[in-house]
Write a protein that binds this ligand. Structure first.
Ligand code: DAH
Length: 347
């Protein structure tokens, strides 16, 4: 008669000593496979008498169960060990230098917007944002640009086919000025914000792209006048261009949302085909370059936002961020900003 106990002890011992999954599979086939030793025992059950089957059957089944349990246990242990080993070889050494790894860099436009936020933060300005998909009221009407105003035609607006729930025409904002409206509608004065962001106009050539960047500035307080505007712009431009000889010239101009309005020119000098900002525009070798639009916020705009224009005054300005980036970093084709050419970005 077979000593099932001894047979089980031997098989389980071999299984637990199996060095790898292949060896374990060979043991499984040798015991439980079609012609395996345990399978052979199971086959003998049919030829036993009912009495013998009563006593021997449970032992053989018990043996088979013990063997398959041992195989499952060993298999799990070997697989866990294999995973451990693989993880150990695949480990990344985070202390290795990353010289060969591909590197990203901050886009010049993003970099300039960060610089602007930092410079204006020092002057007490917070950063405000508004939606790029605007309604007609915020982008035009509230800014004192009524339906029939020629400035609407000048803006080459991208309109959406459908109006919003209030029957407002929807559009891609043509300037960052609607953020002025949103700031005055939601904040209690005094207000000091800049609003950098994307704007859109249906226009494209070497100096115009359908999407470009502006930064808007807005101050609303009591007793604000043009002197505050000029000082703020001068302080900002000196910090931005990192030089003290920035000279501004304010030229009377017209914007519907400011009154009076001024276009701001900055003195510069042409050097090696590049415009270097600085110096008095009327000096030898210098000239003036138009840089930004500005003015005292129009009383009607202040009233449109629910504020009393007799109590609150302010100034506003708007400037092209891409233009500022080109001037500071000596780049000449605006389109390169949006080509996504990695060599240009790395340079
Ligand atoms: N929104 C004007 C534009 O896109 C720029 C501008 C001019 C903004 C004068 C202002 C401003 O805030 O006071 O052409």
């Amino acid at each position: 008669m077979t000593d099932y106990q001894a047979m089980q002890a031997e098989l389980v011992g071999d299984i637990n000593a199996a060095p790898d999954l292949d060896a374990l599979e060979a043991l499984r086939i040798a015991a439980l496979g079609k012609t395996g030793s345990v399978s052979a025992l199971l086959k003998t059950l049919g030829s036993l008498s009912p009495d013998e089957r009563q006593t021997v059957g449970p032992r053989i089944h018990g043996l088979r169960e013990a063997v398959s349990d041992a195989i499952a246990g060993r298999k799990a242990a070997l697989e866990a060990a294999a995973l451990e080993a693989r993880l150990a070889t695949e480990r990344l050494d985070m202390s290795l230098p990353a010289d060969d790894a591909p590197k990203g860099s901050v886009h010049p436009v993003s970099q300039v917007m960060d610089e602007l936020a930092e410079i204006f933060a020092d002057m007490g300005f917070a950063v405000a944002t508004g939606p790029e998909i605007e309604d007609d009221w915020h982008n035009f009407t509230a800014l004192n640009i009524p339906e029939t105003h020629p400035a609407r035609a000048m803006h080459d607006t991208f309109y959406f086919p459908d109006a919003n729930a209030d029957g407002q025409k929807m559009l891609l904002r043509t300037h960052t000025s609607p953020v002025q409206i949103r700031a005055m509608m939601t904040q209690e004065p005094p207000i000091r914000i800049i609003a950098p962001g994307r704007v859109y106009r249906s226009d494209s050539d070497a100096t115009h792209t359908p999407m470009f960047h502006q930064v808007e500035g807005l101050v609303i307080d009591r007793g604000i006048h043009m002197g505050h505007l000029k000082w703020t712009l001068e302080t900002f431009l000196k910090a931005y261009f990192e030089r003290d000889d920035i000279v501004l010239r304010l030229r009377p101009s017209y914007f519907p949302f400011t009154e009076p309005s001024a276009e701001v020119d900055v003195g510069y000098k042409q050097e090696k085909g590049r415009r270097i900002v600085g110096g008095h525009g009327d000096d030898e070798g210098h000239a003036w370059m138009e840089l930004l639009g500005s003015g005292m916020v129009n009383r009607r705009v202040i009233a449109n936002c629910g504020l009393d224009p007799d109590e609150w005054q302010g100034f506003a300005f708007g400037v092209g961020v891409d233009r500022l980036a080109m001037l500071k970093y000596g780049m000449d084709d605006l389109r390169a900003f949006f080509d996504g050419d990695l060599r240009w970005l790395a340079h």
